[in-house]
Design a protein around this ligand. Structure first.
Ligand code: GDP
Ligand code: MG
Length: 368
């Protein structure tokens, strides 16, 4: 089903998002600016303003047929984890602590380029961390319908307690139906008050097991690197409950996490593979751009030949710079990649043309 975010629809209709949010509230729907509404709701909403809209997805499923999963194709895959929390509560420090305690000695210093996502080993399991600047990236991805996170680690500083961005993170995770593990950080500080954090979070339905709830809590110090192992064990426990599985044999599909233009290497995108196995030589379409995998690099900057599900991978071989959150799909042939890319570019142009028309016709416009 086609969807559109409130902010995107407002932009298309030349209205303020707050206006649409107000109207939706009158219609009995509580939404946030980056929330998606379905096509039918969008059409009803638009008709309130004498607008006609038709939501057409750039990523029409009929353009690329998705390979079906048979039960026997499905195997366990690593969880993909995002760290969120209020500014200065220790997200970056935690990601650093995890990275430095869980890579082979000497390897850490060797990580020169930063790829925005990395894999760590916990006993004989793997866990993928998205090293994104939290909220914006999460919101952006969600706005594009690209949900990639399986688990959110909510970092709350024990001396500071629940703050506005803590609450925002809780809302994001709940809206996306992603389970939250609470990491109460900075427990090394003299003014740390762990009970107060638990008390405050209880108001948001995040209740520790010891208090009769079902939320997993960990007490850590990202600075002193204490409690990190137990936090990772908790992530594995949560992942087990989710029974995360993926097809390892089909054509690869995933999402673009970030893109950049690198001197010498050209366009480089970090993609997280969600199903299938990506290989050098595969033809693909990323967002509206076709391409062919020229080279793959893992999170340590090493050249690799293939990337199975839940692997963050840097890819060379793009013909354009895909946006974060764009779908990445391997196609059967290069020809198909080019055709799908061209079709999507055409749809995108039409969408932009409508924006121009909309202004000249003063709010009354017809989409495709
Ligand atoms: P972020 O904004 O959430 O990414 O927070 P940072 O990771 O940048 O941490 C903010 C500040 O808190 C830095 O000065 C860190 O050194 C400090 N910090 C992070 N974790 C801890 C901790 O466990 N204990 C103490 N005492 N300080 C910490
Ligand atoms: Mg940070």
């Amino acid at each position: 089903m086609e969807v559109i975010t409130v902010s995107e629809l407002a932009r298309k209709m030349n209205l303020k998002a707050s206006e649409l949010i107000g109207k939706l509230m009158e219609m009995g729907m509580m939404v946030t600016i980056n929330q998606q509404i379905d096509a039918e709701t969008a059409e009803i909403l638009a008709s309130e303003y004498n607008c006609n809209v038709k939501i057409v997805s750039l990523y029409d499923e009929t353009l690329i047929e998705t390979e079906k999963d048979n039960d026997e194709d499905l195997r366990e895959r690593p969880p993909i984890v995002t760290v969120m929390g209020h500014v200065d509560h220790g997200k970056t420090k935690l990601l650093d602590a995890i990275r430095s305690t869980n890579v082979v000695a000497g390897e850490f210093g060797g990580i020169t380029q930063h790829i925005g996502a990395y894999k760590v080993k916990v006993r004989d399991h793997e866990v993928v961390f998205l090293d994104t600047p939290g909220h914006e990236a999460f919101t952006l991805m969600r706005a594009r319908g690209a949900q990639i996170t399986d688990i959110v680690i909510l970092v709350v500083a024990a001396n500071d307690g629940v703050m506005p961005q803590t609450i925002e993170a809780i809302h994001h995770a709940k809206e996306a139906k992603v389970p939250i593990i609470v990491a109460v950080n900075k427990v090394d500080l003299a003014d740390a008050n762990i009970d107060r954090v638990k008390q405050q979070l209880s108001e948001y339905d995040l209740i520790p097991e010891a208090w009769g709830g079902s939320t997993l809590f960990c007490e850590i110090s990202a600075l002193k690197k204490t409690g990190i192992d137990s936090l990772l064990e908790t992530v594995l426990l949560q992942a087990e409950l989710l029974e995360l599985k993926a097809n390892y044999t089909c054509r690869a599909e995933g999402k673009v996490i970030e893109s950049k233009v690198d001197h010498g290497r050209g366009i480089v995108s970090t993609v997280i593979v969600q199903r299938g196995t990506l290989r050098v030589g595969d033809a693909f379409v990323a967002g509206v751009y076709p391409g062919k995998v020229r080279a793959l690099f893992n999170d340590k900057g090493e050249k690799i030949d293939e990337a199975p599900p839940a692997t963050p991978v840097e890819i060379l071989g793009f013909t354009g710079i895909p946006d974060a959150g764009s779908p990445f799909q391997v196609t059967e042939t290069e020809r198909q990649a080019r055709q799908v890319g061209a079709k999507r570019q055409e749809l995108e142009k039409q969408g932009e043309a409508q924006n121009v028309k909309k202004i000249t016709l003063d709010n009354l416009y017809d989409s495709i």
